[in-house]
Structure formats: C-alpha cells, structure tokens
Design a protein around this ligand. Structure first.
Ligand SMILES: [Zn+2]
Ligand SMILES: [Zn+2]
Length: 180
C-alpha cells in the first residue's frame, strides 16, 4: 500500500494547537470485499490535526469519484464519494487513552512525528462504499441466458426456470402437505 506521509510540525505540540492540512491522495484501487473501486483522479483530503493535551486528534474528509462495476449488469459506473477521516494519536507512549476508547481506536504517534494518512483515508472510504454496488437502484441486470443488458433492451429468451416456476399454476402444489 502506498503511504501518504503527514509530518507533524513542532507547532502542533503545544496544548490546544491546531493545524489544517490538505492535498491529493493518488489511490488506484480500493478493495472492498469482492468489489474493486478505482479512482481515475487523485482523491482530495482535507484534515485538521488538533492537540488535545496528551494526544493529536485527526479529523476531516477525503473525497473523489469512484468507479466500479454494477453487481447486476456488470456495466462500469462512477459516483462521487466522501468519507469522514478520524484518527487519534497519543503523543507519548504510556499516556492513557480516554477510558471509553478501544485499543484499535488509537495509536501512539511514531517517533519521527510522521503519520501515514493512507490507512485512515482508506478506512474512511470503506465506510462509504455500498454493500452491493448498483449502477441504479432499479437496475434490470442482464439476461442470464443471452447476456443482453436488460437496461438497454429486451431479448426474446424464454423466461428462466426460476421465473417459470413462479408463474406455474401448479407450483403451489409443491407446498401442500402430502400423506406418506
Ligand atoms: Zn446495473
Ligand atoms: Zn436473453
């Protein structure tokens, strides 16, 4: 995974200090379960880092345009995506994280005062990608027999077995209790 290093300037180590950072994040492909999202243009991140006393709080957004293929018709389509970035870095190892924080919710600031933003931006995007990517909510999909994209036209294939069972007037019989 490509890194995106954010160096924390000395000024941020005074309590209540605050700094804004923004830039581009070139991410070719994001893998979300079985789905791949590609980004033709670099994503834009805008983050704030603030000093809470014993930790640095990272908040902000990452946005861009994702391209993937529709789970039903397999056509590729693009959509805008914006994720909320969040991170929490203890300044000194051994400092206590707030009591309600799970161990995976914070890190200790690396000794070189450099944060790799890449995993935080990717985590933000992963929360926003759809569970099942569809080019549109009512995508008609493709004909399982001839492969016609049914959003673009119809085909003359016989209904598939699945549909013909549903339309068969005798189909209800299979649900009747039978005497053995
Ligand atoms: Zn589709
Ligand atoms: Zn067909």
């Amino acid at each position: 995974m490509e890194t995106l290093e954010l160096h924390i300037p000395q000024s941020l180590f005074s309590p209540a200090a605050y700094e804004h950072f923004e830039g581009e994040y070139a991410l070719d492909v994001l893998k979300a379960g079985p789905d791949l999202y590609s980004f033709a243009q670099p994503l834009i991140y805008r983050v704030d880092v603030s000093n809470t006393g014993d930790a640095l709080l990272l908040t902000g957004t990452v946005e861009g345009e994702a391209t993937t293929s529709c789970a039903r018709c397999l056509d590729s389509f693009s959509f805008p995506i914006t994720g909320d970035v969040e991170g929490y870095f203890l300044i000194n190892e051994g400092d206590e994280a707030p009591g309600d924080m799970e161990e995976e919710e914070f890190e200790v600031l690396p000794a070189n005062n450099t944060i790799d933003l890449a995993p935080y931006l990717q985590a933000a995007l992963l929360l926003e990608v759809p569970l099942v990517p569809l080019c549109k909510d009512d995508c008609a999909g493709i004909c399982p027999t001839c492969g016609t994209n049914l959003n673009e036209g119809t085909c003359s294939c016989e209904p598939t077995e699945e549909t013909s069972v549903a339309n068969n007037p005798f189909a209800v019989l299979k649900d009747l209790p039978l005497d053995n």
